[in-house]
Design a binder for this molecule. Structure first.
Ligand SMILES: [Zn+2]
Length: 215
């Protein structure tokens, strides 16, 4: 499976390189469209590390959170409840966010702490119980950067910052309000200041439009 993905990835990278090259000749619209279509369709390579069981896995997830059946089974198993060994597919939007993170931090491993949790004592309203949540970190990436990126980009989500435990909680909650919190000394502190700052319009942060990198 992997060689095919890598081939796809290489082809996509080459095509994007072609489109983005500094050549003065305009790139034909069809070529650009092809790049866009291919880019949207190609899966993202997601490197995972199970922090509890010390197991690594690399899976291919599409940007919309879909996977082939074999990968779906593997992902369901990786993210199973650790107390009960029960498995349940993780919400597609949560997986789409995971693929997004993997693409943004290309090549880095996402170390996950917890996903599906259905053991006795887990709150009935927990997004972990509903297989919509993932707790994770990326070595070498500041938790604050992950937290702010997700909170700024997505809506209908819960984003929790666990500075002492060193992980970020993310969940999707289609019927609930966005919720941001900081977990400190065993307590969730809602409406944290970082949440306000991360979603503040750019115009309020800088008086002049910032130059866009790479354009
Ligand atoms: Zn969590």
């Amino acid at each position: 499976m992997l060689p095919v993905i890598l081939k796809l990835k290489l082809a996509t990278t080459a095509a994007i390189g072609l489109a983005a090259s500094a050549s003065p000749a305009p790139v034909p619209a069809e070529a650009l469209a092809m790049v866009v279509v291919e880019r949207a369709a190609s899966p993202i390579e997601v490197k995972l590390f199970d922090e509890n069981l010390r197991v690594s896995a690399t899976v291919a997830i599409r940007r919309d959170g879909r996977m082939d059946d074999e990968t779906a089974a593997e992902v369901k198993h990786l993210f199973r409840c650790r107390q009960t060994n029960r498995e349940r597919p993780i919400a597609r939007k949560t997986l789409a966010m995971l693929a997004d993170i993997a693409e943004k931090y290309d090549g880095k491993t996402i170390e996950f702490v917890s996903a599906y949790r259905v053991q006795r004592g887990e709150s009935p309203t927990s997004p972990h119980r509903d297989a919509r949540a993932l707790d994770f970190r990326i070595r070498g990436v500041q938790l604050q950067a992950l937290r702010d990126y997700l909170w700024r980009k997505y809506s209908e989500v819960g984003i929790g910052w666990y500075p002492s435990e060193q992980f970020i909680h993310m969940d999707t909650r289609p019927t609930l309000h966005d919720t941001a919190w900081t977990f400190l000394s065993g307590v969730n502190h809602y409406h944290p200041y970082w949440g306000e700052v991360a979603r503040r319009p750019l115009s309020e942060k800088t008086p002049l439009p910032r130059p866009r990198a790479g354009v």
